[in-house]
Design a protein around this ligand. Structure first.
Ligand code: FDA
Length: 312
C-alpha cells in the first residue's frame, strides 16, 4: 500500500514543485543523489574509484516536453562524457530516452543519441539506455536494435527488467545480438497483464535472466542489492567456470555501501549508479518505494541530528 502510494507520488510533479527547496526533502535526496551539479557527480565518481568501484553517471530528468529541452539534455551528456575523460575517471553514463525527447519525436531522439554516442565512441566510453516503464519497452528496444546498436556496438547497451513476462525472450535476443545488458528487477508500477505481481516470481525470473546472461551474454551488469541473488551469482560463476572479469555487479549510490566494498575485496567488478541533477524527486520516490523503511530511517536520523545540533 505504502509502496503504491510512493510510486504514485513519484509521478506528481506538483508535489515536487512544493518540496523542491524543502530542507528535509533535500537531505533525504542527498542519501541517494550525489548532488545537483556535474562536478558533484564527478567528485562522487572519483571517491568511488578510490575504493576500486566504477561509476555510471546519470543526469536526473525524465520525459522532456519539447525539442529544445531534449537537445539541451543531449549537450549536457556530451559535456559529461568530456569531463569524465578529462578527469580520467573510470565511469560511463546512463540515460533515459524520454529525457532525449522520445515523447517529442523519435527522429529527434535518435539524432540526439547519435551525437552522444559518437562522442562516447571517440572517447572509448559507454552509454547505457536505462529502461523506463513498460509503456516504453518496445520503443526503447526498437530504437536500440534498429537505429543505434548497429552503428555503435561497443558503446551502447540496454537494461532489461525481470518483473516483465517478456524478459526471457528479450534476454535471448540480446544474447544472440551479442549486446551488453544490465539486468534489474524493475522499479515501475506495472499492470498484471505485463508483469509478475508476486515478488518471488520477479526474483525467479531475475535468476533465470542472470544465468542466461552470465553464460551466453556479453559482459552483463547484474544490478541488484539482493544478497541471496548475489551469492547465487557467485556460486553459479564458480560452478560454470565463468571468470569474474566476464560480468560486473551494479548497485545504486548510497545503497549497501558495505556490500559494494566487500565485493571489490573479493575480486569482483563493481559499478555504482550515480544520479545527480536538480530533477531528483521521481528518483527519490522510487528508491523510497523499494524500501519504505528508508522513509522512517531517514526522517529519524535527520530529526536526531537536528536535536543533537540544538543541544549545547
Ligand atoms: P529488492 O528490491 O528485492 O531488494 C533486495 C534488498 O536490497 C532489500 O531487502 C534491501 O535490503 C536492499 N534494497 C533494495 N533497494 C533499496 C533501497 N532503495 N534502499 C535501501 N536498501 C535497498 N530499474 C528500472 O526499472 N530501470 C533501470 O534502468 C534501472 N537501473 C538500475 C541500475 C542499477 C545499477 C540498479 C542497482 C538498479 C536499477 N534499477 C532500475 C532499479 C531496480 O529495478 C530495482 O528497483 C532496485 O534495484 C531494487 O531491487 P533489488 O534488486 O535491489 O531487490
Amino acid at each position: 500500500m505504502l509502496r503504491s502510494t510512493l510510486l504514485y507520488l513519484s509521478n506528481q510533479q506538483k508535489v515536487f514543485q512544493f518540496i523542491r527547496h524543502n530542507r528535509l526533502a533535500k537531505r533525504m535526496a542527498s542519501r541517494f543523489v550525489a548532488g545537483e551539479t556535474v562536478e558533484t557527480a564527478l567528485d562522487a565518481a572519483a571517491a568511488l574509484n578510490a575504493h576500486g568501484i566504477r561509476a555510471s553517471l546519470d543526469l536526473l530528468g525524465e520525459s522532456v516536453t519539447n525539442e529544445r529541452e531534449a537537445r539541451d539534455t543531449g549537450r549536457q551528456y556530451v559535456h559529461l562524457l568530456d569531463r569524465i575523460a578529462e578527469r580520467r575517471l573510470d565511469a560511463n553514463v546512463s540515460l533515459k530516452l524520454t529525457a532525449m525527447g522520445l515523447d517529442v519525436s523519435e527522429d529527434v531522439c535518435v539524432e540526439i543519441m547519435h551525437d552522444v554516442l559518437a562522442r562516447a565512441r571517440d572517447l572509448g566510453s559507454f552509454v547505457r539506455l536505462d529502461m523506463e516503464s513498460s509503456a516504453y519497452t518496445d520503443r526503447t528496444l526498437a530504437i536500440f536494435y534498429e537505429r543505434l546498436y548497429p552503428t555503435y556496438p561497443e558503446n551502447v547497451g540496454i537494461v532489461l527488467q525481470s518483473a516483465l513476462f517478456r524478459t526471457d525472450a528479450d534476454v535471448e535476443r540480446a544474447n544472440q545480438a551479442r549486446c551488453r545488458v544490465r539486468i534489474c528487477k524493475g522499479a515501475y508500477r506495472e499492470p498484471p497483464s505485463v508483469a509478475y505481481p508476486d515478488k518471488k516470481d520477479v526474483d525467479a525470473s531475475y535468476v533465470r535472466a542472470m544465468q542466461a546472461l552470465m553464460q551466453h551474454g556479453k559482459y552483463p551488469g547484474l544490478a541488484t542489492h539482493d544478497e541471496a541473488i548475489i551469492d547465487g551469482a557467485k556460486r553459479f560463476a564458480k560452478a560454470q567456470g565463468i571468470a569474474p572479469e566476464r560480468f560486473e555487479f551494479q548497485m545504486l549510490y548510497g545503497v549497501r555501501r558495505d556490500l559494494q566494498e566487500q565485493l571489490v575485496r573479493e575480486g569482483y567488478n563493481m559499478r555504482v549508479y550515480v544520479p545527480f541533477g536538480t530533477q531528483w524527486y521521481p528518483y527519490l520516490m522510487r528508491r523510497l518505494a523499494e524500501r519504505p523503511a528508508n522513509l522512517a530511517f531517514m526522517t529519524g536520523s535527520i530529526v536526531k541530528e537536528a536535536v543533537r545540533r540544538k543541544q549545547p
